[in-house]
Design a protein around this ligand. Structure first.
Ligand code: HEC
Ligand code: HEC
Ligand code: HEC
Length: 441
């Protein structure tokens, strides 16, 4: 047998062994008490299971059933539809044993050996501890209404439709170790680390991904962890202590407030983070929010991005020139005529209404994707139990040309002491083609 065929045979046998991976024997379903179900409901919020497993509402149609699946998720390989995870025995997960449930969440393998796409964040969920896993199971079996409704099937083009191949992906990229508390850190830090790395799966958006869609790190020991990532054309900024584009200048109290209400330190949540706050973090108790904030604040500065210096001579000059309308930079005039009525000429915004742009870390991100997408499409901060009434940011896709958007954003990234790389017309055109193809300039 030549080398190539032997290698192929070896691959085939390895695969067959993986697919036939022995199912662990089903243990008895753990007893469930109302307390366990309530705790599971809280953990399901912390993990945002509903955010991905509930279809988007369609105007004029009945509200979609929670957890019945059918939310399309963009991936570089095509659209992946989320599954029905209600306890319906035919269309949902009603027949799952506790072991089936834990294996799907931690290893991305559904009963029958079906490998899940990592659009389901099982690399993070692999760190959920046993107590929490049991509470989640109790909730999904006893606290969620069964919905007899099939979720649409995911049909990716070859070779991405070969689910068995995901076994290699998992082996290569998905962590298998449970969360291990760090004895050198206090209980609050450890609680925050656990929530961020496991249930919160914050890295699924905030950690950059490699060529195989793998997150480049799952704990703070990796240089890339939470250093900023782009998914579905939203850039989730650097959450490390970086002073410009990271959380270095944002206090732990403000981070907790941002996660609870969508507002903190004059920033307003936008883009794909809006759903995270609405569906998940607004429901966390203060203890957990403070733990997350203190974990994030302890992350050493990593990654690159712009800088901010409110005292720089050019910063003072630009504020003065803008106030009098004398600023001659391209984009300054556009800013004054289209943006300043909300964000103000000094870029300070209006607390709880219009976010500040001066010194705003998201504005200083290395990648301007989120800013371009927001200016094209507009947006609104989350609507939460404790936050203010959300104000809208208008869409400018059919009001400004690509060059105008590039200029006004370049100006925003260089005014008032902000200093981040310029935005080009090409950047804007690429984003417009990707997210707003209907309107062209
Ligand atoms: C970021 C989005 C996302 C989040 C958050 C998420 N899921 Fe999923 N989940 C998915 C997608 C997408 C699939 C389908 C994957 C596929 O078809 O390969 C899936 C599949 C599953 C499956 C397999 C069902 C089957 O047999 O097809 C289970 C079970 C599951 N999720 C449970 C959960 C639970 C419980 C939570 C919360 C703890 C959760 N998921 C959070 C996206 C998500
Ligand atoms: C679905 C993707 C997604 C997930 C999951 C996600 N984020 Fe975000 N996050 C974003 C995006 C996009 C932004 C940029 C918009 C903004 O600043 O509101 C952001 C912004 C933030 C900011 C503000 C940063 C800044 O510089 O303004 C914080 C703090 C934050 N996220 C924390 C978290 C935490 C903690 C988690 C996990 C519990 C998390 N995020 C999960 C997408 C995500
Ligand atoms: C009518 C008021 C209004 C106008 C005009 C407006 N914005 Fe906004 N802007 C907002 C609101 C409200 C948000 C918060 C949006 C969200 O949370 O989704 C926002 C958010 C932003 C952000 C993200 C900052 C953050 O922390 O949320 C940027 C960048 C931004 N605007 C730039 C601009 C630019 C550039 C213009 C002019 C082309 C402009 N805005 C015009 C109201 C406005």
């Amino acid at each position: 047998m030549d080398h190539g065929r032997r290698a192929f045979l070896h691959l085939f046998v390895t695969l067959a062994a993986m697919i036939a991976w022995p199912q662990r024997p089903h243990a008895d379903t753990p007893a469930s008490s109302p307390d366990l179900v309530t705790r599971g409901a809280y953990l399901a919020k912390a993990a945002d299971c509903a955010g991905c497993h509930t279809a988007a509402p369609v105007p004029g149609k009945p509200q979609p059933h929670p957890f019945a699946g059918g939310l399309p998720m963009g991936s570089p390989f095509g659209t992946i539809w989320s599954s029905n995870i209600t306890p319906d025995t035919r269309y949902g997960i009603g027949r799952y044993s506790y072991e089936d449930f834990a294996r799907a969440l931690r290893e991305g393998v559904a009963p029958g050996g079906k490998r899940l796409y990592p659009a389901m964040p099982y690399p993070s969920f692999s760190k959920i501890d046993d107590d929490d896993m049991r509470a989640l199971y109790a909730y999904f079996m006893h606290g969620v209404e069964p919905v007899p409704q099939a979720a649409p099937k995911t049909r990716l083009p070859f070779p991405f439709n070969q689910r068995w191949a995901l076994a290699f992906w998992s082996l290569a990229f998905s962590p298998t170790k449970p969360f291990v508390p760090d004895p050198n850190r206090d209980a609050q830090w450890n609680r925050g680390a656990y929530l961020v790395q496991s249930l919160g799966h914050c890295g699924a958006c905030h950690t950059p991904r490699g060529p195989a869609y793998n997150e480049l790190g799952y704990t703070e020991s990796s240089g890339a962890y939470l250093a900023g990532g782009t998914n579905d054309h939203w850039h989730a900024p650097n959450l490390t202590g970086a002073a410009g584009a990271g959380l270095g200048r944002i206090s732990a109290e403000d981070i907790a407030a941002f996660l609870r209400t969508g507002h903190g330190a004059g920033l307003a949540t936008f883009g794909s983070m809006v759903q995270v706050v609405e569906d998940s973090t607004q429901y966390l108790d203060d203890r957990d929010l403070n733990a997350i904030a203190s974990y994030l604040k302890a992350l050493p500065a990593k990654g690159s991005g712009g800088t901010y210096d409110a005292q720089s001579p050019s910063a003072r000059q630009s504020v003065a020139a803008l106030r009098t309308g004398d600023d001659e930079r391209p984009g300054a005039g556009l800013y004054l005529s289209t943006c300043a009525r909300c964000h103000r000429s000094d870029g300070a915004g209006v607390a709880f209404k219009y976010p500040r742009l001066a010194g705003n870390p998201a504005v200083l991100s290395e990648k301007p994707d989120s800013l371009i997408r927001l200016v094209l499409q507009g947006g609104r901060p989350p609507s939460t139990g404790q936050g203010p009434e959300p104000k809208k940011m208008p869409a400018f896709a059919d009001k400004l040309t690509d060059t105008e958007i590039a200029r006004v954003l370049t100006f925003v990234r260089s005014a008032w002491g902000n200093d981040a790389v310029p935005v080009t017309t090409r950047d804007v055109k690429r984003m417009r083609d990707a997210v707003a193809p209907a309107v062209s300039h």
